[in-house]
Design a protein around this ligand. Structure first.
Ligand SMILES: [Zn+2]
Length: 90
């Protein structure tokens, strides 16, 4: 699985959801969502199949999982039935 390096995006993709190509600076894939370039390396297995592995552009380990201030986590319907008050009586 690949994860978009753009912190504001951060979308994850399956290898067959992205197009990997060489744009002159090594293999990259463009995030289908935001278009950010993400570096990958190709690995050929013993059976001849090629797999791709994502490498961070900075090649630095980012242990701190900081979320950008602008990113809001989606709350999937967690509210206790707080619907729209449809009372038009006023
Ligand atoms: Zn992205």
């Amino acid at each position: 699985m690949f994860v978009c390096g753009n912190q504001a995006c951060g979308a994850s993709w399956q290898p067959d959801e992205v197009q990997i190509r060489d744009e002159g600076q090594g293999l990259i894939f463009r995030c289908p969502q935001c278009g950010a370039r993400n570096h990958v390396v190709a690995r050929t297995a013993r059976d001849g199949s090629t797999s791709y592995r994502q490498v961070p552009a900075s090649a630095a380990p980012q242990a701190a999982a900081k979320r950008p201030a602008g990113a809001r986590p989606k709350a999937p319907g967690k509210g206790p039935g707080q619907g729209r008050a449809k009372s038009a009586s006023r």
